[in-house]
Write a protein that binds this ligand. Structure first.
Ligand SMILES: N[C@@H](CCC(=O)N[C@@H](CS)C(=O)NCC(=O)O)C(=O)O
Length: 228
């Protein structure tokens, strides 16, 4: 066993780590977040605020913070670009993705969405975020039918973008038209990454179990109401 991933029975933030574990063929167990959070959250070494938690068996280390988990796996499995500027852009991309998760859930579900702020977010910030990823890809040679976000090789950035938008489109399909309009290259990239054998097999199984569940809670209900 290489890793244990502690998360809820949802794709949302956990799939960033899990798609990576699948892509690299790591031996891992998916465990329920409640085994750690909240009761035992401070009892582990290097505690974090909330799931996901990644436990590395070899080093007996817990990692919290999704971007840290993903960067760690990227380094362990050689899925980080070698030039230091691209390495930093990979981190930046993962942080961008984590920001989108927070924004789309209205600050991790602090307030439920109302029609007007949602429509404003959808047509302005969400659209702009999509364009941010699209422009990054185009600047590094992403084409409509091939390529990756940061150059000629798959990196953690491709896994992150797919965990963000592939999941979003599967769970909240009305947003597909938004991505196709604002970031067609990213839409194609997500399809290609989701079609990679290990990831495809995993997603088929997970989507069979979870259906279209996304982030859970009242905020997911609120998002669905907004999308009619
Ligand atoms: N910045 C953290 C955010 C963690 C987070 O917000 N986790 C959510 C699920 S995606 C959670 O379980 N929140 C429960 C809580 O904060 O009480 C990360 O990137 O991992």
């Amino acid at each position: 066993m290489d890793y244990k991933l502690f998360y809820w029975d949802l794709p949302f933030r956990g799939n960033f780590v899990q798609l990576m574990l699948e892509e690299v063929g790591a031996r891992y167990q998916r465990r329920h977040a409640s085994e750690i959070y909240p009761e035992h959250g401070l009892a582990i070494h290097n505690p974090g605020m909330a799931p996901p938690y990644l436990y590395e068996c070899r080093s007996q280390t817990y990692f919290a913070q999704m971007p840290a988990c993903l960067m760690h796996l990227g380094r362990e499995y050689d899925r980080l670009p070698a030039p230091s500027e691209l390495h930093t852009l990979a981190l930046k991309t993962i942080l961008d993705c984590n920001d989108v998760l927070k924004e789309i859930t209205n600050n991790n579900g602090l307030l439920m969405w109302q029609k007007e702020p949602w429509e404003q977010f959808r047509s302005q910030r969400l659209r702009r975020w999509m364009q941010v990823f699209e422009h990054t890809g185009l600047a590094h040679g992403l084409k409509s039918g091939d390529g990756f976000l940061l150059g000629s090789q798959l990196s953690v950035a491709d896994i992150a973008v797919t965990a963000l938008f592939g999941t979003l489109l599967h769970c909240l399909p009305p947003l597909r038209e938004d991505l196709l309009a604002a970031a067609p290259g990213i839409a194609g990239l997500c399809e290609r990454i989701e079609a990679r054998p290990a990831i495809r097999t995993f997603l088929q199984k997970q989507r069979g179990e979870y259906g279209s569940r996304y982030c859970g809670g009242q905020i997911e209900d609120s998002l669905r109401q907004m999308l009619g």
